[in-house]
Design a protein around this ligand. Structure first.
Ligand code: DX5
Ligand code: ZN
Length: 216
């Protein structure tokens, strides 16, 4: 299981230290939540913090683009050193074009899917994806309650991937913690994003990540 803490909950006044602390605590990837105030009702940042922190860590940088025009800004994230880059299937830009552009740049393309979007819509695009990000909450904010039928959607995506006969990660993002991780992993998830569970854990990042691994 790959654990990807979400930088959305990090202390932005000490971003480089946070990156190093998460790496030391056993994180596998770092998940960067990019929001444009249009695709989702919240604004965060563009590629700048990824670029600023790139030299502070050798971890995989996973950019989650919750923006209407992911193609328009893709170059910024490539130049910033993002390794695995997800756009939403619901975004305005063409998903196929986005996935092909990421692959052409020798990075790993991913597609994220909102709670209200059916998994069937992924079918024609799945051969172009290295990862599907199944949202466990409506994107926009950390600390929201997990939407339970996400578990069924993960199982559905897992069976689509098995039919495809090629390895594609399933990432679950939003509302993940020790209360639901075992069900998600049993359904076929192999990458878990965690914002509030890890970064607001009273016993610190390392304990939080150990607890997630113990349950997964
Ligand atoms: C939600 C973001 C998630 C979120 C995770 O829009 O994509 O990455 O920050 O935070 P938690 O784990 O607190 O739901
Ligand atoms: Zn995210």
């Amino acid at each position: 299981m790959i654990v990807a803490p979400s930088m959305l909950v990090a202390d932005f006044a000490r971003l480089g230290e946070e990156v190093r602390a998460l790496e030391e605590a056993g994180a596998d990837w770092l998940h960067w939540d990019v929001m444009d105030g249009h695709f989702v009702p919240n604004l965060t940042h563009g590629a700048l913090p990824l670029r600023a922190c790139r030299d502070a860590s050798s971890l995989t940088f996973n950019a989650h683009l919750m923006i209407s025009e992911p193609l328009r800004y893709l170059d910024d994230f490539l130049q910033a050193g993002a390794d695995i880059i997800a756009a939403h299937i619901e975004a305005k830009d063409d998903a196929r074009e986005f996935l092909e552009a990421v692959a052409d740049a020798d990075r790993r393309p991913a597609l994220a899917i909102n709670p209200d979007t059916s998994a069937e819509q992924l079918q024609p695009l799945l051969p172009l994806c290295d990862m599907i990000t199944v949202m466990g909450v409506h994107p926009g904010f950390s600390g929201q309650e997990f939407i339970e039928n996400t578990v069924d959607k993960v199982a559905q995506v897992r069976s689509m991937i098995e039919d495809l006969g090629r390895e594609v990660y399933i990432q679950v993002d939003g509302g993940v913690g020790t209360g639901n991780i075992s069900r998600l992993v049993a359904a076929g998830a192999d990458v878990v994003v965690s914002g509030s569970f890890v970064l607001q854990h009273p016993e610190g990042y390392a304990t939080a990540i150990e607890q997630l691994r113990a349950c997964g």
